[in-house]
Design a protein around this ligand. Structure first.
Ligand code: TRH
Length: 402
């Protein structure tokens, strides 16, 4: 008997944009990867086209349906899509699928593989929850939890096939770097200049860090993409209306505000800098692919649960660093994250922790490259497609959901 083709040919991704750019950032990246690298026909259902247009300016915010970069993008409105479900259905971050769509899934002769793509976390429990089935209470459907993560027993991370090769080509080619700096309106910085990108939420440790950079021996060029940290940047330099294109200077620090660039170009900013401050989920992963030292500002949650997640990541990430480098990384990350959203919090120690981090930078730099190589062995899109095949085989043996 011929084995059935277990590789899905079509995929629906549902994305409910809650806040910021992380939800759509991950969905848009996954959609393009499945379409362009694996040849699936992908429909991306997104309820906020404005957010997508930030990452992909060619997206038309008024179009109900459009083709963008190989993906069929649909405006997901309250009225549910009345379409034949795809073979692979991904609800991102537990967004609720429309009832009629779920009914349509149940009505298929060969029911779709239904995945809930979860948030990224380095916590231990992720390994045991990855791929767990959740049978529908009334319909003959099973949804599976799919957890991205950092260890081989998790779903891995989103990584485009050629990303690391493109990164290496960029980092080894002065002409590409020059073109990048020209594109953001800056002369290629000298080799002595420390280049730092700063993508962050509001953070009261910022002024202390700026003081450290201004007073340090090395010239610092800080590139700040437009966003929530901007008012604090303006405040430091006495500007009440900071905007893209502005450049500020104080002693050895120069700061430049950049326009928010399309998602593919954001990688170049990370590759071009020596140290990257990132936030949320997707820029956090991209900083790891950049193979450079980075500082993560985790998305703050109630009851400080995010700090547990931060610690879980730090344990994995700094495991192979020397004690002093690991303390330097942890010191800066903790200071940067404990100053979030608290107006009273004084940026005590942010200068000291920066100088400790700067001293450890050489070691952290080599570690970052090793870390990226290690993570690259666990690719989320490939794992997802393998999992579809696994489910296909389970179905053939009639053991799905057990
Ligand atoms: O925007 P975020 O803060 O999103 C967050 C997280 O996803 C978090 O998990 C979620 O719960 C919360 O929102 C509601 O950070 P994140 O995840 O890094 O997403 C930013 C996206 O924006 C990422 O795909 C990179 C992209 N980007 C650009 O395309 N151009 C730019 O210039 C910049 C700075 C970022």
């Amino acid at each position: 008997m011929t084995a059935p083709n277990l590789q899905p040919l079509t995929c629906d991704i549902f994305c409910n944009v809650i806040d910021n750019y992380g939800d759509i950032g991950v969905c848009w990246r996954l959609a393009r990867q499945l379409a362009n690298e694996h040849g699936l026909q992908v429909r991306l259902w997104v309820d906020d086209l404005g957010s997508l247009a930030q990452l992909c300016p060619e997206a038309d915010v008024a179009a109900e349906k459009q083709r963008c970069r190989g993906v069929e993008v649909h405006h997901w409105r309250k009225e549910s899509p009345d379409v034949r479900p795809a073979e692979l259905v991904i609800e991102a971050f537990a967004c609720k699928l429309p009832k009629n769509y779920i009914d349509a899934m149940a009505a298929q002769a060969y029911r779709p593989v239904w995945i809930n793509l979860e948030y990224l976390s380095a916590e231990d429990w992720v390994e045991s929850h990855h791929k767990l089935p959740s049978p529908h209470p009334t319909l003959p459907l099973t949804k599976y939890f799919f957890f991205p993560g950092f260890t081989p027993k998790t779903g891995g991370l989103l990584l485009e096939r050629d990303l690391l090769a493109r990164r290496d080509a960029f980092q080894n080619d002065a002409a590409q770097q020059q073109a990048f700096w020209r594109s953001i309106g800056i002369e290629m910085p000298s080799a002595q200049t420390l280049k730092i990108s700063l993508f962050a939420y509001e953070n009261n440790a910022l002024h202390g860090l700026f003081d450290a950079w201004a007073s340090g021996a090395q010239p610092v060029l800080c590139l700040v993409p437009e966003g929530r940290i901007l008012p604090l940047v303006g405040e430091y330099f006495g500007d009440t209306a900071p905007c893209a294109g502005q450049t500020y200077s104080r002693a050895n620090l120069q700061a430049r505000v950049l326009p928010f660039v399309e998602q593919e170009r954001y990688d170049e900013l990370l590759w071009a800098c020596d140290v990257n401050f990132v936030r949320g989920e997707d820029s956090f992963v991209r900083a790891q692919w950049a193979g450079k030292p980075f500082i993560w500002q985790i998305y703050p949650q109630h009851d400080a649960v995010h700090l547990k997640k931060l610690q879980a990541f730090l344990i994995l990430y700094s495991g192979h660093l020397s004690r002093s480098a690991s303390q330097a990384v942890e010191g800066l990350w903790q200071t940067w994250n404990s100053s979030v959203g608290s107006v009273q919090a004084a940026p005590i120690g942010s200068q000291q922790v920066w100088f400790a981090f700067a001293t450890a930078r050489g070691e952290v730099d080599s570690h970052a490259q090793h870390w990226a190589r290690q993570l690259a062995e666990n690719n989320l899109a490939l794992n997802l497609l393998d999992f579809c095949q696994e489910i296909g085989r389970m179905r053939a043996l009639k053991i799905e959901g057990q």
